[in-house]
Design a protein around this ligand. Structure first.
Ligand code: SF4
Length: 443
């Protein structure tokens, strides 16, 4: 086979959230449709895509480093096409295009569906392309998708965010909220079920405001109820929820559903009302507490996880103590904790009272050790119980062990029995608990 006949290949590098992972699947799908095959190494690939994130400064630095590294490959293969896509591409567009002349393509968050066409054009003309629309459009339905995971699929239900939390860059790089029509989402869910997927995660920056962008549109509870009726799907998850928009109708729909998991991920971000106000979160700690009480009352046994930002500008020791008090009182199953990262272009970046890094780190340590104690104590209460897991496959660290997740989104590891198959629902008896993992025996 001469070189021209060799199958072309692509390699993807993804940073950031699940939305980005799903975008990469849609980018990969377009390349596959052009006849490219995936390769897990950048060396020798014909197309390399870096799908970027700009939520934290540290992530951006890492991404710039990665883009710089690719220069070497371009030098040894001038026909290589290097593309930068996603949030950083949207935010830094021309700057990125000028700064990295070895990059052939900068593709914004609203232009992902154009990848196939643009790669074909670059292949013909060898020109460079900057494609970044300001205007948000719905992702064209029918964009082919390559899904790496064969059990769980991400299903975007909306794009963008209208909230403008003062620390967050997302509304500037992903545009205003646009909800996909309910029929389109349900149709895709049914299609995924027919392909054998067992678990769906409905994706959006703020899923609870699904449908609010259009009068007469179905709301999030309606969508959950409709997806719950799709035959063949064992579990439904969703992310991310905004506490301000979580309501009784959604909680009740989850309570009555067959497949929606009893796991609530509700980012609190801070326990102090002054900080919540400065973040423009739109709720108080008291509102959050009563929301948690409502959920626990309606769905006993539901798990609750959260996100917390430490060191927001102006956060005093007392304000941080409010966060610790709230964490102690609520007893989250897990908390994803972050140092506040100053993002230029966001209102919080210009606020007075930026907190020194050392203080932020010290607060983060205190918060994490408090949370880890709670996570471990909650997991220990599960020892001796039997729980349903969705078998996800072999454990990453040990081929003799299997891994799955509970409906409450806890990871469970057990000795391989041999009868369990990936995608099955199985019962595991919990024998031991760690902070992030449960260990058990297949029943
Ligand atoms: S809800 Fe707030 S934190 Fe979440 S994406 Fe929107 S602006 Fe950012």
């Amino acid at each position: 086979m001469n070189d021209d006949n060799k199958q072309k290949s692509y390699h993807t590098i993804t940073y950031g959230c699940q939305m980005n992972e799903n975008d990469t699947e849609r980018l990969a799908g377009q390349l596959k449709a052009l006849g490219y095959a995936e390769t897990d190494r950048p060396d020798g690939a014909d197309v390399i895509l870096v799908n970027t994130c700009c939520v934290r400064e540290s992530a951006e630095k890492k991404i710039h480093g990665k883009i710089g590294e690719l220069k070497r490959l371009k030098a040894s293969n001038p026909n290589l096409i290097i593309g930068v896509t996603g949030c950083m591409a949207q935010k830094d567009r021309d700057k990125l295009f000028k700064r990295a002349p070895h990059v052939d393509l900068v593709l914004g968050t609203h232009n992902l569906h154009q990848l196939g066409e643009i790669i074909t054009d670059i292949g013909r003309s060898r020109g460079r392309v900057l494609a970044v629309w300001d205007q948000a459009e719905r992702l064209a339905p029918g964009v082919p998708t390559i899904r790496k995971n064969k059990i769980s699929a991400w299903l975007p239900i909306m794009y963008g965010c209208n909230n403008f939390c003062t620390y967050c860059i997302v509304p500037y790089v992903r545009g205003r909220e646009r909800s996909r029509p309910l029929d389109e989402v349900v149709g895709e869910a049914a299609d995924l079920a027919s392909q054998g997927f067992r678990e769906l995660t409905l994706l959006g920056q703020n899923v609870n405001s699904y449908g609010k962008d259009e009068q007469g549109h179905a709301d999030f509870a309606d969508l959950l109820a409709a997806v719950d009726r799709v035959e063949g799907i064992a579990r439904i998850r969703y992310m991310t929820s905004h506490p301000r928009d979580m309501n009784t109708k959604v909680i009740d729909t989850i309570r009555r559903s067959r497949h929606i998991c009893e796991h609530f991920h509700l980012p609190i971000q801070a326990g102090s009302d002054a900080v919540l106000r400065a973040m423009n979160r739109g709720y108080t700690a008291a509102v959050y507490r009563s929301l948690v009480a409502e959920i626990r009352d309606a769905i006993p046994g539901a798990s609750l996880t959260t996100d917390i930002i430490v060191g927001f500008p102006g956060e005093t020791d007392e304000m941080f103590a409010d966060t610790l008090d709230l964490v102690e009182e609520i007893r989250f199953d897990a908390a994803y904790t972050f140092l506040y990262s100053q993002r230029s272009g966001t209102p919080a970046a210009d606020l007075p009272g930026q907190i020194p890094l050392a203080v932020k780190k010290e607060r983060l340590q205190r918060l994490m050790s408090l949370q880890n104690e709670a996570s471990l104590a909650i997991n220990r209460e599960l020892v001796g119980t039997e729980t349903e897991v969705l078998v996800e496959g072999e454990s990453k660290n040990d081929a003799n062990k299997m891994m799955g997740r509970t409906r409450t989104n806890k990871i469970v590891i057990w000795d391989r029995h041999g009868s369990e198959r990936t995608g099955d629902l199985a019962t595991v008896k919990i024998d031991a608990a760690q902070t992030w993992v449960l260990k058990g025996t297949l029943v």
